[in-house]
Design a protein around this ligand. Sequence first.
Ligand code: BGC
Length: 470
Amino acid sequence: MALPMQDQNLQQESRPKRTPEQLTRGNRYAYIVAAVAALGGLLFGYDTGVISGALLYLQPAFNLNSTTSEIAVSAVLVGAIIGAAAGGRLADGLGRKKALILLGIIFAIGAILTAIAPNLGFFIAFRIIVGFGIGAASMITPMYIAELAPPAIRGSLVTFFQLAVTVGIAVAYWVDLAFANAGMGWRPMFAVALIPGAFLAIGMLFLSETPRWLASRGRWDDASAALEHTVHGQEKQQELDDIRKTIEEEKKTSVQELLRPGLRLALLVGVGLAIFQQLVGINTVIYYAPTIFGYAGFSSASTAILATSVVGVVNVLSTILSLFLVDRVGRRPLLTFGIAGMVVTLTAMGIIFAIGPTHAGWFVLICLIVYIISFAIGMGPVFWLMTSELFPTRLRGSGASISSLCNWAANLAVSITFLTLINVAGKPSTFWIYAFLGVLAFIFCWVMVPETKGKTLEQIERYWKQGRRW
Ligand code: BGC
């Protein structure tokens, strides 16, 4: 399986220094690569977030009850699970570039088909297709960025992808709001994703295949030419040697190694973080926020969507803050502090719904804002970052794809049960259940998750093998 993300901490001292001019030229190309590839992240965010406002219009249009609403929301996740499982193979078979062009086309066609869906059955089928694009993009986009970016800025470019996801969600909310205010309903909300989809497909035509993939096909001359965009001379040679070494090591490695004593703890932490990232209920907010605001007394669709749009912007700003903090204060403090914030706000939401004061809407808005800040500085980016740090290079592709599959599966489990849980257990208990799962997530992170800030991959591998000691 190919490598989705590169290490952030890998020390680069042994590399020859580049001239400022080479640095600027290489970095400029890398930023163009990131900008186009981050469209993949934007589409991921947009196509998941768009359902929140659209749902309020789909319910009357397709006569949805809570079960069919859950299915309409979750169809995309079924596709995403398939896409995440197939993404690695697609990127290995077609190459990263062609795979991303194909995904751009899938997003664009999926957007149009969803927008013209004549009934719920077609709507679900088309959302599964879009979901396939999202799941595959969540694997291939960071992989493409990581494999083409110069080593010195690889880390920040990969985390940039997570930021693109939150921007996509926020844009979806504002687009939902615009069409809600214009009285145009749900169809154009989905159609808009045609634009970034087409940009992705067209933009990728102008960018190169990754050296890593070309080398894996034995096309070393093409690999060397592709590297020339970002690194030169001796440094390029060193990159080519590194690629050769990793490809050889991967040939000798099997996924089973992740189950052996030592590394299986790394797998446990990756999978645990993946599942807990969803069990704290983040996507009940991302996908159902207008519905929750509706429960809290925001009576019109457009005010509920407006409140949601504020949550979307706070999500982006807090993610930016986290990107500054993660290498300064470290992963563990952000995770534990963030989860504690989520537990407090989820408990408070349960209490608000239990006593149901007038103006509950404003309390709920404040709670959701603090909740989203807590997620976006901690669990949100830290999970994705750590999936790229926990495993040794030769196992990183497999480890990261198992974690991201578990993340999509847990997302599906939460999203497809949320409204039913509200009906069966009631609103207060539903939020208290997520708060309780948050307490478990806190204990898991406190006990199991190591601080990887400033550590090299080798140190992290030794940590697992020496029985979790640095
Ligand atoms: C999660 C998504 C979530 C998003 C919200 C990501 O880290 O994996 O499930 O929708 O954050 O910003």
